[in-house]
Write a protein that binds this ligand. Structure first.
Ligand SMILES: Nc1nc2c(ncn2[C@@H]2O[C@H](COP(=O)(O)OP(=O)(O)O)[C@@H](O)[C@H]2O)c(=O)[nH]1
Ligand SMILES: Nc1ncnc2c1ncn2[C@@H]1O[C@H](COP(=O)(O)OP(=O)(O)O)[C@@H](O)[C@H]1O
Length: 197
């Protein structure tokens, strides 16, 4: 039998990816490990370098990309984001299932690699609700909020294309969205739990 597959969570900024992902990692400690991306954006209050992201300057990130250290990278809302090979290797050395949180460009580029993850899109019920959640989160300037909403419209359209995602979850009620996420992943979770027996 094949081992558990990695998991890619994607979807608009503010759709609820981090909320769902953190809950999953807490409930299934030792099963999932988060691939810590690199980014050139500034840390938000409460975010830890090396845990939420590796926060780097653009020159450093570009150098890593030029050296072939990244499996994918993208520009999002005026900043660079990327998944380094070592971030995935670090997770795989510690936890059976690697989870990645990437934008739609990341999804497209990961499809060109041999990672073979399960692709899940987390979507908001509407752009209006997304805007409200982003405003209530109080992490963005007006400019970055508008860029995120613009990217969200593209993301919401692409997520409807057949074959891009294995599952699209509408995050309206958080409990329901979380239950759906668990149900998509239960086969992989059980593989890990059976192997531990
Ligand atoms: N392609 C790619 N996208 C990423 C990566 N890390 C994060 N992102 C995406 O970048 C976007 C912005 O992330 P962030 O600034 O943390 O804002 P948030 O998603 O609103 O919390 C989101 O769509 C993330 O999924 C990465 O390594 N590669
Ligand atoms: N189902 C939901 N109902 C209401 N608010 C939510 C729901 N899911 C997430 N949120 C809130 O919306 C905001 C964006 O969620 P977050 O997990 O940061 O999104 P993402 O990681 O996709 O950018 C957060 O403030 C979060 O607490």
């Amino acid at each position: 039998m094949s081992g558990p597959r990695p998991v890619v969570l994607s979807g608009p900024s503010g759709a609820g990816k981090s909320t769902l992902l953190k809950r999953l990692m807490k409930e299934y400690e030792g099963v999932f490990g988060f691939s810590v991306s690199h980014t050139t954006r500034n840390p938000r209050p409460g975010e830890e370098d090396g845990k939420d992201y590796h926060f780097v300057i653009r020159e450093k990130m570009q150098e890593g990309i030029d050296n072939g250290e990244f499996i994918e990278n993208a520009e999002f809302s005026g900043n660079m984001y990327g998944t380094s090979k070592s971030s995935i290797e670090d997770v795989q050395a510690q936890n059976p299932i690697c989870i990645l949180d990437v934008d739609i460009q990341g999804v497209k580029n990961i499809k060109k690699t041999d990672l073979n993850p399960i692709y899940i899109s987390i979507q908001p019920p509407s752009v209006e609700i997304l805007e409200k959640r982003l405003r209530d989160r109080q992490t963005e300037t007006e400019d970055s909020l508008q860029k995120r909403l613009e990217a969200a419209r593209i993301d919401m359209e692409l997520s409807e294309e057949p074959g891009v995602f294995d599952m699209v979850i509408i995050n309206d009620d958080l409990e329901e969205a979380y239950e759906k996420l668990k149900s998509v992943l239960i086969e992989e979770i059980e593989k890990v739990q059976d192997a531990k027996k």
